[in-house]
Ligand binder design. Sequence first.
Ligand SMILES: Cc1cc2nc3c(=O)[nH]c(=O)nc-3n(C[C@H](O)[C@H](O)[C@H](O)COP(=O)(O)O)c2cc1C
Ligand SMILES: CC(C)CC(=O)C(=O)O
Length: 364
Amino acid sequence: MVPLTLAEHGALAQARLPAVIWDFFEGAAGSEWTARANADAWRRHLLRPRVLVDVSAPDCGTELFGARLAAPYGVAPMAYHGLAHPDAECATARAAAAAGALLVVSIFAGRTLEEIAAAAPGGTRWLQLYWLRDREALAALVARAEAADYRALVLTVDAPKVGRRLRDLRNAFALPPGMTAANLAARLTSGAAHAEPGRSGIEEHSRQQFDPAVTWADLAWLRRRTTLPLLLKGVLTAEDAKLAVDHGADGLVVSNHGGRQLDGTPPAADALAEVVDAVPADLPVLVDGGLRHGADLARAVALGARAALVGRPVLWGLAHGGADGARAVLDLLREELLDTLVLAGRPALADLDRGALASRSPYI
Ligand SMILES: Cc1cc2nc3c(=O)[nH]c(=O)nc-3n(C[C@H](O)[C@H](O)[C@H](O)COP(=O)(O)O)c2cc1C
Ligand SMILES: CC(C)CC(=O)C(=O)O
């Protein structure tokens, strides 16, 4: 079967993956309400098409921090791509570069930053960080990212601890043998390899490593260590968006972590406009969570996002088809986006503004 939708890529992946790994990918915190709401919320923004517009040459290319992308899209940072496919992040890097997409590499990648860079030299890569208790390890990663031509840093700020992910707790999820965070010393992540019944190895190693005491005041320490653009990922409110700007953030990623952290937050699509409206117009705001169709990318741009990141669907493609599968997912999103631009009579990203949407109340 040639998958014609992202959901079909998901079905192929589910058929292939061990259930506990599928659960780790797909699962979210608590009742998983926020994770479900993420996808539903994009669909509530109905598309308002314009007609008799010349749409013979649609263009969805864009530029982000000086890099050219084939569409306003990227791969969200996700830990341990090796759980999906043995070629791991190197395959994802090849897929993203071929599709003209940004790749945000997780601090918990299973391949080194240098291996990932070498796998797709022409690609646009950023590095995602969690604030580790071990600041020297963090500083060393920043230096390596700069040397390996990573173009920005993304500090994830919604994880003072890992959310309560019931599927992982039930499965006593632990990393399989040989799966490690290649960019961190083994002592920093060894807790992920074992879990007692009712516990999760991922939760355990993040408890050991994440610094829950970090505050806005600490950001200056990171800011001083790099000339790379610094984005904060996991901002959902106007208050925090303004604080981020005051503390020198160069961009934001509106995100609830795919519903994996605090269950009950607004879906990312609903938080986006609040954040966009709170920051200077030229500050790049990205978004992730629940984008499952190219039309959702159009919706994100219409609501003010400069680009959107896609998480789980890329792992679906990777799981059933390696680099080709991940690329197929990204290419499909781009084709669907172009289709949307043509049929909505808005042939360029600049034509997408809030007038392109009619936003439907969730309560009717
Ligand atoms: C398996 C998995 C691992 C993830 N690992 C990370 C991570 O290491 N760092 C991070 O900032 N976010 C991580 N995330 C969250 C994603 O970056 C992103 O916010 C979320 O998946 C987007 O939603 P989507 O999957 O609905 O597209 C992870 C998500 C998944 C599904
Ligand atoms: C290793 C985990 C903490 C990665 C993560 O952020 C996630 O699974 O959502």
